[in-house]
Write a protein that binds this ligand. Sequence first.
Ligand SMILES: O=C(O)c1ccc[n+]([C@@H]2O[C@H](COP(=O)([O-])O)[C@@H](O)[C@H]2O)c1
Ligand SMILES: Cc1cc2nc[nH]c2cc1C
Length: 358
Amino acid sequence: MTTRMTPELSALIAAVQPADAAAMQAARARQAQLTKPAGALGDLEDLGVRLAGVFGSERPHPRGVAVLVAAGDHGVAADGVSAYPAEVTPAMVANFLADTPAGPGGAAVNALARTVGAQVYVMDAGVNADLPDHPALIRAARQRGTRNLRQEAAMTRDDAEALVLAGAALARRAAEEGADLLIPGEMGIGNTTPAAAMTARLLNLDAAQVTGRGTGVDDARLAHKVTVIREALARTDTTNPLDVLAEFGGFEMAAMLGMMLQAAALRRAVVLDGFVEGSAALVGVALAPALRDFLFPAGECAERGHAAQLSHLGLKPMFRLGLRLGEGTGGVLAAPILLSAAAALREMQTFEEAGIPG
Ligand SMILES: O=C(O)c1ccc[n+]([C@@H]2O[C@H](COP(=O)([O-])O)[C@@H](O)[C@H]2O)c1
Ligand SMILES: Cc1cc2nc[nH]c2cc1C
């Protein structure tokens, strides 16, 4: 199935270059002189150093935070792999955009984003309904939902690449509008099934090792979900990252992949929410290994298989709150931690400046 990728996509992949090693070294040296016992800021210290590498400064100053929520539907939802019906996907898109007394958006991601001052962007990447016009809705859909990955390729390579580029365009817009921390988020009933299939293939694991309960399926549905994923994996042995995305993925994963590549190319930080975001990140690091330098996993989520993704990426999550919602919620919660890590590195005095004996 492998075809040559579009020149625009290969240029985007080539634009992802490693973080600034000199800035990281300078940040590490500065960290050692700040007015605190060595190592006392725990994981914030390493996060600060990594942010120095992303922003190319020993005193990184990220400001704006944006969560980019892509929604898509999944043919495999017809196989009964979720605890909720597919109609929830377009209904939740309306919820992301609803007028509420608290402000725009009545979903968890909206409430958390308002709390931390993050901008929310909402993209139709391919939901299975005609969405009413809304000035804040970004329309990128080429299909109404994927085909059933158990039986056939979920999408064409053309559609996959078009959605990657649409995600990249949205990330460029968010960056132009002030975002330094970009949080890809998603909504799509059934999408932990494609995420598990992609993870199994890219990490060479058995479906049972990476398949979780998603929205909360019972034991019988979980066993069925594993069977569905095994059937999908048996259709093709491809390990080409973009083919894995097209065969087993979803439109929202394609869009999130584009957001990640573009954010890294613009040398912005990508905050990773959960398992579905992780499946897009696995495709991303397979295409552009330097993408890893720009990824900041938020929490370890409750979905089985997330730990395997994080250990493959070699990145440590910031917290463990048992989140399994999606929408980018974990990423939004992590943003103040990252902003604080940068602020400590940037704003603290050294022992010498403060006149404190070290
Ligand atoms: O990304 C995650 O870690 C995650 C874990 C569990 C559930 N979700 C969300 O729940 C939906 C997918 O669950 P499911 O059971 O329908 O496959 C989808 O809308 C995701 O945003 C997301
Ligand atoms: C209500 C609901 C909200 C969600 N947000 C992300 N995934 C979701 C799944 C459901 C079912």
